[in-house]
Write a protein that binds this ligand. Structure first.
Ligand code: ZN
Length: 253
């Protein structure tokens, strides 16, 4: 079995002490590749160092931390992406967070930044990894309006019916291990065609146990739960999600 973790934060400080054993455990659990996501300039630089160290196994994308989206210089993050365009395989995570950002004015500002990143991903011809929190519908609308094609909606928290608008536009959706405790994600996975699903860990968060550090090896829990809700063989889910990840990111393993 060869699996791909389409979205993790190995560049998070919680992995600093034992990164080697976390990567080893991922290999032992059948993971063939991990797509890391560095947040902000410092996180982005850390991610680039990690993908260099685990070359051909860990790949980098660079985006923004939506816990505090305005504490980042977006221009600086875009510059870092452009300066390292041959070393990244995607732009993001970027998107909309209406849980953290409440005023209409600030939400409009988020949309403008999101649109700039969509343009950048199109220009570089790489996928855009989309963060959407309490804004799934709006995020899909902005992507469709801006004609984004290579899209990964990560940990989508919106309605399954609205996700289908993304499916129509050819978007992919990655499902984290927290699906085992989330009726919303179970409904989403049941509804999405397997051709549009990827596995992700979103390590260190969105694990099976919300109080324990999550890690890439845990995407096997996403795999089993997706197989259960879709009533398909786990091997089929493994094969399809890996094929989808390689297709989206243009990777060969
Ligand atoms: Zn994330």
């Amino acid at each position: 079995m060869q699996l791909v973790d389409a979205h993790a934060h190995l560049s998070d400080s919680s992995f600093e002490a034992d990164l080697d054993s976390v990567v080893l455990k991922a290999r032992e659990n059948g993971l063939a590749a991990i797509v890391d996501c560095g947040l902000g300039k410092d996180g982005g630089l850390r991610s680039l160092r990690i993908s260099e160290r685990f070359r051909g196994y860990v790949y980098s994308t660079i985006g923004i931390d939506y816990g505090a989206p305005f504490s980042f210089s977006h221009e600086e993050v875009m510059r870092l992406i452009l300066d390292n365009k041959s070393r990244i395989i995607g732009v993001g995570e970027v998107g909309l967070d209406y849980y953290t950002v409440r005023s209409r004015e600030d939400r409009d500002r988020l949309i403008r930044v999101f649109e700039d990143f969509i343009e950048l991903a199109k220009k570089l011809d790489v996928p855009i990894i989309v963060h959407s929190r309490s804004a799934g519908r709006e995020a899909i609308d902005v992507l469709v309006k801006n004609n984004a094609k290579r899209v990964l909606m990560h940990a989508f928290d919106g309605k399954a019916s609205y996700a289908m608008k993304g499916v129509e536009a050819g978007f992919f959706f990655s499902i984290p291990p927290s699906i085992v405790r989330s009726p919303q994600k179970q409904k989403l996975a049941a509804r999405l065609p397997l051709e549009n699903i990827l596995l992700e860990s979103d390590s260190p968060v969105l694990g099976v146990d919300p109080f324990k550090r999550n890690e890439p090896a845990n995407i096997v829990f996403s795999l089993r739960e997706i197989a259960r809700v879709k009533k398909v063989d786990p091997d089929t889910v493994a094969e399809e999600t890996t094929r989808n990840a390689l297709k989206l990111f243009g990777l060969r393993i």
